[in-house]
Write a protein that binds this ligand. Structure first.
Ligand SMILES: [Fe+2]
Length: 260
């Protein structure tokens, strides 16, 4: 997929860049100024191989355990009304939403009161992503009721999806999506798509476990139907898993984007 001798590879609107964790930070193998320029032009960047797959599976399993042990957040009430509560909820697509979707979501609003077996792994990955977010976008967000929160999303095989939508570009600047699912093992079809100035970019065959997508936050994006035709089983971990950072103040401003 990526030529061994180069540190990045690009096709229309999609740029793959090798990256790693070094001295407690995510470091891409291109200069930060180049990364910012590529993103500002509207390219989608995938940082390849940032996190070890085993760590991502541990994180995912910890989240699944938490889902089994903690009662589900009730439908008919918005989690934004309880901004200090860690919650999870299965959204089966049978409640009206401005952004139709099917996924199981966790919102880690308060890491300090989150159970240890999940908060350690969530914080480790989340802090590295927070630093990357702030470095690339030249922002200074923290995990707080007025700042960022962690979300983990499981789009189940046989039905998971998220309608195309867009966020305001500022103040977040960029969005990050870390994959916790293995291509071909957990998920075969369905992935995050972006409407870029260079055309539609579909990351389903390149965004593997431990890779981090970075995109300019105002690019319309969606998750296409995951493994259509499979039987949907909420007890199975098959499907697509995403770990994202969500800035509270822009969450409510996400707009459905009419497809052309
Ligand atoms: Fe989004």
């Amino acid at each position: 997929m990526m030529p061994a001798a180069k540190n990045h590879y690009s096709s229309d609107g999609l740029v793959l860049v090798r990256a790693s964790v070094s001295n407690g930070r995510i470091v891409a193998e291109i200069p930060i100024e180049e990364l910012r320029r590529i993103l500002a032009e509207g390219n989608v960047v995938i940082l390849k191989g940032v996190f070890a797959p085993d760590r991502m599976l541990e994180l995912r399993n910890a989240v699944r355990r938490w889902w089994r042990e903690i009662p589900e957040y009730p439908h008919g009430k918005s989690p934004t009304t309880t901004p200090d509560v860690n919650y999870h909820r299965i959204d089966r697509g049978n409640y009206q939403s401005t952004l139709p979707h099917i996924f199981h979501q966790a919102g880690f609003n308060n890491l300090s009161i989150l159970e240890d077996y999940v908060s350690g792994a969530a914080r480790e990955t989340g802090e590295l992503m927070r630093d990357l977010q702030n470095t690339v976008a030249e922002t200074d967000f923290d995990f707080a009721v007025t700042g960022l929160r962690i979300k983990v999303l499981h789009y189940p095989s046989g039905g998971g999806f998220l309608t195309e939508h867009a966020h305001p570009r500022l103040p977040q600047g960029v969005g990050l999506i870390t994959s916790l699912s293995r291509l071909d093992v957990d998920v075969k079809t369905g992935g995050t798509t972006f409407r870029t100035p260079f055309g539609l970019v579909d990351t389903h065959d390149t965004h593997d476990i431990g890779d981090v997508i970075i995109f300019r936050y105002d690019l319309p994006h969606a998750v296409t139907l995951v493994d259509e035709g499979n039987e949907l089983d909420w007890n199975s971990d098959a499907g697509k898993w995403s770990f994202v950072l969500d800035l509270r103040e822009t969450h409510a401003q996400s707009q459905a984007h009419a497809s052309e």
